[in-house]
Design a protein around this ligand. Structure first.
Ligand SMILES: NC(=O)c1ccc[n+]([C@@H]2O[C@H](COP(=O)([O-])OP(=O)(O)OC[C@H]3O[C@@H](n4cnc5c(N)ncnc54)[C@H](O)[C@@H]3O)[C@@H](O)[C@H]2O)c1
Length: 389
């Protein structure tokens, strides 16, 4: 594979030399040609067994300009919506990447699955739990692969958290504190799709909250959430001073910029969670996993970006002596997390495998986000009920 630099905030060099059977090319379409679609297309372009055959966007001309920018010759883009593209049987699509804003995750995913197309869906899963359940029904009926875009869990440091928990050295896990955030970091560099209710539905909760939940829930095997007491606020989002060049964004802001919650998980585990796009402190704290035999501290990053902020520490008491073991940060292997995410999806399709990041796990993540939003509105604890699909 060629070595290339990427400029979408996920900087890296590709060094991996993986043998890929390029004889059978997978035919890929892109739904939603905005910012994150750029990372998808860059990764697909690096895969020798992929042909990008189509793209669509609700904004006329955007998909065409996108394909031109990435020099994808012959890709069809004359579609007014995801439906028109998925209805075009001449494309013979194998899979699509769904890179639309949150409120447009469920409908295109359901439509693609019903058309018999595999789906790589960007995070968060959806906005509401009800939508996630409808997507899972379509997934089950279709028998196709649906993988959800949680690339941070492919990071070696994130995987080390799971290895430490799985080793049993921490004993029974009973309390987790997680989350993170930014002092000032409401994402508006490319417009308002992250902050308007009609496009985003949820704010910091769905943007970075879903990642920090995945970090710890994946490590402990995704136990079922049972109840949640949630809080959310928007003090910074609604303040015109937050956007010196666009004070009008304050009126458009319709989501959360801070959220906190206390969640009970199956197995008697307590999850103490907080997440922020903006706050008057550098970090709301490190991630802490407490077990009966040991504890793990995962340093927060100042600008929470889905990574581990420094060497982790394991705390144990052996023979009456308190001990701490530092876990060195893993060396980067040179392959971008995005390439890993796309490659694992393609491999699952080619090998009749299962989704690398399955809906059966992420529905619990979504149920927590949904529970926080509902509890915050109601002002009291809510029980989380997840219908069986
Ligand atoms: N995995 C990551 O690292 C990462 C990073 C950023 C964003 N995201 C996720 O990606 C999603 C998109 O974010 P973005 O920053 O690219 O947003 P964006 O607003 O830049 O792009 C979304 C595009 O989708 C188009 N669109 C919406 N509904 C459509 C439909 N039904 N059919 C065709 N086009 C449609 C919009 O017109 C827009 O051009 C969000 O859900 C976000 O959470 C993931």
């Amino acid at each position: 594979m060629a070595q290339e630099k990427m400029d979408a905030g996920l900087d890296y060099e590709v060094k991996e030399e993986k043998v890929i059977d390029a004889a059978k090319k997978l035919r890929i379409g892109i739904i939603g040609c905005g910012w994150i679609a750029e990372s998808h297309i860059r990764s697909y372009k690096r895969m020798p067994d992929v042909e990008i055959v189509a793209g669509c966007d609700l904004i006329p001309g955007k998909a065409q300009a996108f394909m031109e920018k990435f020099e994808i010759d012959g890709a069809k883009t004359d579609y007014a919506s995801h439906k028109e593209m998925l209805d075009d049987e001449s494309l013979a699509l194998d899979a699509v990447s769904i890179c639309t804003y949150n409120r447009q995750h469920a409908l295109p995913t359901i439509y693609a699955l019903k058309k018999g197309v595999h789906v790589m869906l960007e995070k968060p899963f959806t906005v509401t739990l009800d939508e996630a359940i409808e997507v899972m029904k379509a997934e089950k009926e279709s028998g196709k692969i649906l993988s959800i875009g949680f690339q941070p869990r492919l990071d070696a440091n994130m995987q080390m958290i799971k290895k430490i928990v799985d080793s049993g050295e921490l004993g029974k896990i009973y309390y987790i504190q997680t989350g993170g955030g930014r002092r000032r970091g409401i994402p508006t560099p490319f417009g308002t799709t992250f902050i308007e209710d009609k496009t985003a539905g949820l704010g910091a909760l769905a943007d970075i909250g879903c990642y920090s939940l995945d970090m710890v829930l994946n490590a402990i095997g995704y136990p079922k959430p049972l109840t949640v007491t949630g809080y959310k606020s928007n003090f910074f989002g609604k303040d015109p001073n937050t956007y010196p060049n666009h004070p009008e964004y304050a009126d458009l802001f319709g989501v959360d910029d801070f959220a906190a919650a206390f969640i009970r998980l199956e197995g008697g585990i307590i999850l103490d969670f907080r997440i922020a796009w903006a706050m008057n402190i550098d970090t709301p704290g490190d991630t802490v996993i407490l077990g009966t035999k040991g504890g793990l501290r995962i340093p927060s990053t100042e600008c929470w970006n889905g990574s581990v902020g420094g060497p982790m520490k394991i705390y144990k008491t052996i023979g009456g002596i308190n001990m701490e073991t530092e876990v060195p940060l893993a060396k980067a292997d040179g392959v971008s997390l995005f390439d890993k995410k796309i490659r694992s999806f393609l491999d699952a399709i080619k090998n009749n495998g299962t989704a690398p990041v399955p809906s059966s796990q992420i529905v619990y993540n979504q149920a927590i986000l949904d529970g926080i939003a509902k509890s915050a509105e109601l002002g009291h604890e809510v029980e989380i009920r997840i219908p069986t699909v």
